[in-house]
Design a protein around this ligand. Structure first.
Ligand code: SF4
Ligand code: SF4
Length: 394
């Protein structure tokens, strides 16, 4: 297939977006050996880098859309070729020409939904706080300790709403003073940016930043590692700095400070999946494990690929919105790894991971084999167990 954009343009755009790093590649192929795609199909980041260096990228092909930005190959590349930045640069060229292969077509409606309603799920802005119904959650005020920013999936998705609700119940038990922004909250913009839509990212980021400033927000609690990453590492591009805390960190902080007591038992064998944007991208590996280890009766087992080597769920860089045929889903492999480790429950801390794992659980008919949980759901169950039995472990 012919390139839509000409050689010169592709080379120039890549250069603007970190193209010099591309040139450092010496074609060792290490990226291909660690990329999760090569567990399910043949895929070569090395080839993408090679073609881009010479402006030979076929921007209509699906290959440039496959990278989930899992962070494995940048972590291992001996020449610091910033593969994720570079692949996003290629997507920016494709987005400019609206050159979307069929698997990527959903991006069009995602964009329309973000533009109209501030979320990618085609849900109404007015309903953004409906998940909190009956919980007595207040709108954020300046004198509160922290802003809770649940993000799009926990706000609207029926499965993920349970995570937002569990988070609120825990915060209330720990006596945290917190509030939400409700319909003033917008998608953080992390994933749409990774699809190459810089304009949409800037618009969402500016809207959120204005709201944070208008409300006097200083500390923000997030459920999603994607919100965490973009607020912490990308929003400072707009010369603003908020203190960002992921729920796994906050739970650890509350337990350490003696504000959250988990006296109940949770006598199950579980395994913890490191979300890419919590682990590899932000180095948060210990806090979730520490939190889980404080629960009496809980046995934590590790899967085959863990911590820095954790297998991606497949949902990053906008892939959560793209159709992935059966046989190509990383999440299927992850569930098998969890079962092989002897776990009864696969616990994680990311809305995208939970979405993909729940889908795999259905398609793999693992209903009676494995449960998928967010870390907040495990904590809440352990707390509630004490309340129900009245038993407190010494
Ligand atoms: S690991 Fe780095 S240097 Fe090696 S082929 Fe991949 S991009 Fe090039
Ligand atoms: S970042 Fe992850 S998914 Fe993307 S090419 Fe590298 S290893 Fe593959």
């Amino acid at each position: 297939m012919e390139n839509i954009a000409d050689y010169k343009e592709i080379v120039e755009v890549i250069k603007e977006q970190g193209g010099d790093a591309f040139k450092r590649c010496f074609q060792c192929g290490l990226c291909d050996t660690v990329c999760p795609w090569n567990k399910v199909i043949t895929f070569s980041m090395r080839k993408i880098v090679r073609e881009a260096t010479f402006g030979m990228t076929d921007i209509e092909a699906e290959d440039i859309w496959r990278c989930t930005s899992c962070g494995k190959c940048p972590q291992r590349c001996p020449r610091d070729v910033r593969q994720i930045d570079s692949v996003i640069a290629l997507r920016r060229v494709a987005t400019e020409y609206m050159a979307f292969p069929s698997a990527v077509q959903p991006i069009r409606s995602i964009r329309a939904s973000l533009l109209a309603e501030g979320n990618p799920l085609n849900e109404k802005r007015e309903d953004r706080a409906a998940w909190a119904e009956g919980l007595g959650v207040k709108p954020f005020e300046q004198d509160m300790e922290i802003l809770y920013f649940p993000g799009c999936y926990p706000s609207y998705d029926p499965r993920l709403k349970k995570v937002a609700r569990a988070t609120v119940e825990i915060l209330k038990k720990a006596g945290v003073s917190f509030g939400i922004l409700g319909k003033e909250e917008n998608c953080c913009g992390e994933s749409i940016r990774k699809t190459g839509d810089e304009e949409m990212f800037i618009s969402l980021a500016k809207a959120n930043i204005k709201t944070f400033i208008d409300h006097g927000v200083k500390r923000i609690l997030v459920s999603s590692p994607h919100c965490y990453h973009t607020f912490k590492n990308e929003y400072p591009e707009f010369m603003v700095h908020f203190e960002i805390v992921h729920i796994t960190q906050f739970l650890f902080e509350l337990i350490e400070a003696g504000r959250l007591k988990i006296d109940g038992k949770f006598a199950k064998k579980i395994t913890y999946h490191d979300p890419c944007y919590l682990g590899r991208h932000n180095g948060i590996y210990d806090e979730p494990r520490e939190v889980l280890s404080r629960i009496d009766g809980l046995e934590l087992v590790e899967m085959a690929e863990t911590r820095e080597d954790a297998l991606c769920c497949g949902g990053g860089a906008g892939r959560i919105w793209m159709e992935v045929p059966k046989g190509e889903r990383f999440s299927d492999i992850r569930l098998k790894q969890a079962v092989d480790a002897g776990a009864e429950e696969l616990v994680t801390a990311c809305p995208y991971c939970i979405t993909n794992f729940e889908d795999s659980r259905i398609t793999m008919e693992y209903d009676d084999v494995l449960k998928i949980k967010d870390i907040t759901e495990v904590i809440l169950e352990a707390i509630k167990e004490t309340e129900e039995t009245g038993e407190v472990n010494a």
